[in-house]
Every structure is written in C-alpha cells, then in structure tokens.
Design a binder for this molecule. Sequence first.
Ligand SMILES: Cc1cc2nc3c(=O)[nH]c(=O)nc-3n(C[C@H](O)[C@H](O)[C@H](O)COP(=O)(O)O)c2cc1C
Length: 168
Amino acid sequence: MDLFDAIEKRASVRDLQPADVPEGDLKRILDAGRRAPSGRNRQPIEFIVIRDADTIKELSKAQGCIADVSVLIAVAADPEKSEYWLEDVAAATENMLLAITALGYASVWIEGTLLRAEADHKKVLGVPDAMRLMVVLPVGAPAKVAAQAQKRPLKEMVHWERYGSMRQ
Ligand SMILES: Cc1cc2nc3c(=O)[nH]c(=O)nc-3n(C[C@H](O)[C@H](O)[C@H](O)COP(=O)(O)O)c2cc1C
C-alpha cells in the first residue's frame, strides 16, 4: 500500500478480531518502529512482542478490545537514555501503526487506559522499574469497516507565513 493511502486508511479500530500475523509481517512492523527518528539518535525504546494468550488476557484489563487478538506490541522506554524518550515512543508508535495498516491489519494506540495501571502492566511484562511502559498496539483484523476519526480541515489549522493568516 502506498504511504499516503496508509496515512488515510489508518484508524483507531477497537472492534478487533484475531488475525494470523506471520513472523515476516511482524518483523516488518517492528522494523518500521525501529527506523523511526529519535532525539539525538539515542534510541531509548524497546519493543515487547506478546503472543501468549494468558499475557494478552492480563493486558486486556487495560482495555478489553485487545483480548481477542493474537499479537500485541508493547512500547517501553528508558527515560534515562534520552530526554526525548516520549517523542521517540510516539514516532515509533505511529510508524508501526502505518505499517500495520499498510499490511492490511488493524490496530489502536492504547496508552491512556494502559497508563492508569502502568505499574501492574509492567509487572505482567517484567519491565524494569526505571523504565516506562507507554503503549500497547494490538495487531488484529477489523471486525467491521472502520474509518479514521473526523479531522479538522486544513484550512482551519494551516497558518500561512504568520499565525492567524488563513486561506479559504
Ligand atoms: C497519546 C495517545 C493515547 C491514546 N490512548 C488511547 C487509549 O488508551 N485507548 C484508545 O482506545 N485509544 C487511544 N488513543 C487513540 C485515539 O483515541 C484516537 O487516535 C483518536 O480518537 C483519533 O482517532 P483516529 O485514530 O481514528 O484518527 C490514543 C491516541 C494517542 C495519540
């Protein structure tokens, strides 16, 4: 799939079914995350691939919609390695979401619900205390056609040369 198609098709899909995700596809998704930019190229992030059904069930306490998928990718970061760790997590996450979409799977950026019990989820995955566990991405199939959420039109958010100078 063309990059711009993937950008347009990517959507937060919360109605997920299991998909068979071969190792080759999984590696392409992870490689997309690996290739994301990071502040001063410090690369403070780690990916945890979870295929174990019991672990997936445990993590689905954060958000039930991931309970039935066959694979999750968690994104952890070491804040001591870089002051830009949070931006780095976001860049890798978006790269992986686009790769997941381009390969025909569906996902959703799970962060808000995960962080409500980050310490518990870190324990489940054995993430060291000093690290942050920020995001979980399910890799599944959409149960029904899902569209990206409505976005503000460009003309409302693009300022030409100076803030406040909009073109209709
Ligand atoms: C930082 C961040 C945290 C998010 N956390 C969650 C979450 O915990 N659960 C969830 O269902 N969606 C989460 N989302 C997805 C957003 O709700 C979603 O991107 C937004 O509603 C726009 O929809 P779209 O992805 O279809 O464009 C998160 C997105 C971002 C960028």
